[in-house]
Design a protein around this ligand. Structure first.
Ligand code: SF4
Ligand code: SF4
Length: 242
């Protein structure tokens, strides 16, 4: 990986014409974010529990002890992604953020000066990937725009804020109950919807920016509330106070 300044152009293109077509969709250790899961379960018309059961594995995050989700690859076939076909990706329009971002890695941090989230980029150059030999020059932001990453980044940055707070404030992994609640809110959105329908939301949750009437059908609004709920339940803070 080499550092890439935000305004530094690089050359890259990927298509079904490249000799390495599909090579990057095997030998996978593919993390899924809550928003990735939301998109993929809708793609297949599954509930979040059904999607998690059919396509993923749950692990313990090595640094935080929080639950993390990976796509379950085909162990009998070079750890291929379950969604790769000879014609390419069968979930292309809803592919995960990491697939969209490649060959860039994006890290975020909160500036101690402005309190705003800032980005850093790295270019991932792997020997098998021939995409660097072709295509136009572009910057990281142009690439992210081309890959429709705006909504993915906005949602994933919320998750990163939670993980970063856990690292700073908690002394170890969550207990069993906290682990279950975190998994439900972040990954099993349909179960979270049921939980909120039964138990309601805490009175102090800052939901002014979300139309709660859309909850029954709007998974994006629900996931935004789930992130707020995790912040409130686990850290006692509201989003606006971070
Ligand atoms: S989701 Fe699609 S692009 Fe991503 S690894 Fe699987 S087949 Fe490849
Ligand atoms: S060019 Fe790179 S990203 Fe595209 S198919 Fe080949 S290995 Fe994958």
């Amino acid at each position: 990986m080499t550092p890439l300044a935000a305004d530094e152009p690089f050359q890259f293109a990927c298509s079904s014409q490249v000799p390495c077509f599909n090579d990057c969709c095997q030998d996978l250790n593919q993390f899924l974010t809550p928003y990735d899961i939301l998109r993929l379960k809708k793609h297949f018309g599954l509930t979040s529990a059904q999607f998690l059961e059919q396509y993923t594995s749950q692990h313990i995050g090595p640094e935080t002890g929080l639950p993390i989700i990976t796509l379950r690859p085909d162990y009998a076939a070079d750890l291929k992604c379950p969604f790769v076909t000879s014609h390419g990706c069968r979930v292309y329009e809803d592919r995960p953020a990491s697939c969209r971002m490649y060959p860039i890695a994006r890290a975020i941090f909160r500036s101690p000066l402005t309190g705003q989230i800032e980005e850093q980029f790295m270019l991932i150059k792997e020997p098998h990937c021939r995409g660097f030999e072709q295509g136009p020059q572009m910057t990281a932001h142009e690439w992210m725009q081309q890959q429709d990453l705006t909504i993915y980044n906005a949602m994933n940055d919320r998750m990163m804020t939670i993980i970063s707070l856990w690292r700073q404030q908690k002394q170890g992994p969550p207990d069993l109950k906290a682990n279950r609640m975190f998994s439900m809110a972040c990954y099993d959105l349909d179960a979270f919807r049921q939980y909120i329908n039964t138990n309601g939301l805490p009175n102090n949750l800052d939901t002014q920016d979300i139309d709660l009437k859309t909850f029954p059908t709007d998974d994006i609004a629900l996931l935004k509330v789930a992130f707020k709920w995790v912040l409130y339940e686990f850290f006692g803070v509201t989003e606006s106070k971070i």
